[in-house]
Ligand binder design. Sequence first.
Ligand SMILES: Cc1ncc(COP(=O)(O)O)c(C=O)c1O
Length: 367
Amino acid sequence: MSRLSLHSWLVAAGRPKEPGSALNVPIVPASNFELGGNRVYTRDSGSPGWEALEEIVGGLEGGEAIAYSSGMAAVAAVFDQLGTGARIALPDDCYHGVSELARSGEIKGRWQVSRLAVEDTAGWISAANQADLLWLESPSNPLLTVADLKAICAAPRKEGAILVVDNTFATPLNQRPLALGADISMHSATKFIGGHSDLLGGLLVTNRPELLAGIRKSRSVNGATPGALEAFLAVRGLRTMALRLEKAQETAGRLALWLASHEAVSLVRYPGLESHPTHAVAKAQLDGFGTMISFDLAGGAGPADEVCQRVRLIRHATSLGSVESTMERRAAVPGQEHLPASLLRLSVGIESYSDLRADLEQALAEN
Ligand SMILES: Cc1ncc(COP(=O)(O)O)c(C=O)c1O
């Protein structure tokens, strides 16, 4: 297909071309195929639904994509590439599942982990020639700090090192890590790609052939394969991702500004706010500031929990990136106790700004 805009690619890619075929790749609930063709056994030779998903996301990110059963399965496939004694550089703020995976491998003596502040660009640059895996997540979950990916990716790396960017919060529409010099872009497709809180999925995208072979093999031998229905739903979600993101992001920008002026709120973290510590990098690097807002309440953990109980339109739920807005107090999540006690992470959906603002207004009124 000639070079399409990302928005058109989302709609046009990953469709059967044969005359008479359905416009959407059907759900193929198959594990086994008649021998003699391209497919043998799904875990090894893939399924049409995954391939449609991989074609779309690979095209968005400028590389080849491999789909997994969840974001964490995709993360684990990267860690699976490491040899014993590998050195890992991990952000101080990132998805806690990744921290747990890194810590559990460290406890078992598989590798060593050092943590770096997301915004410590000089620290990442000097870690680049020592670490075997540089794991970046930007914007980070849940503090929404933006790493200077261009500068970090340009730093000389140790031979064989892998630089990964968890691009889940940015989406491929707002940020394309491979173009910035990363080796792998990673997604929890559970979030914005699926977009409807109805699936678990993950993706890795790379333009390095030797890495592609390794991460594909890892999916096959570890059995971290996506389900046929999940792949279908992820493709269905992708068709409208640009519209969903555009709408939710516009609302998030307005809500962040409004929250920043609310007397019950002590701090708003949103990369689009000029007051945000990494706003300048966000402005230079991202095509949009995203749909996630983290804000602290003046009153501490108790009032923050009450706000979560009082919201009506916004759902009190943990995941993010969906059509419905969700919110939770992150320090209440096991393993996240180090976070500011009152920090509420809000994933803005596609409801109207006025309804979301009214919901927050009534929920914050008693604080
Ligand atoms: C930034 C980020 N990366 C990775 C993951 C893990 O993805 P999954 O839950 O699909 O395994 C999550 C899940 O919340 C996430 O927020």
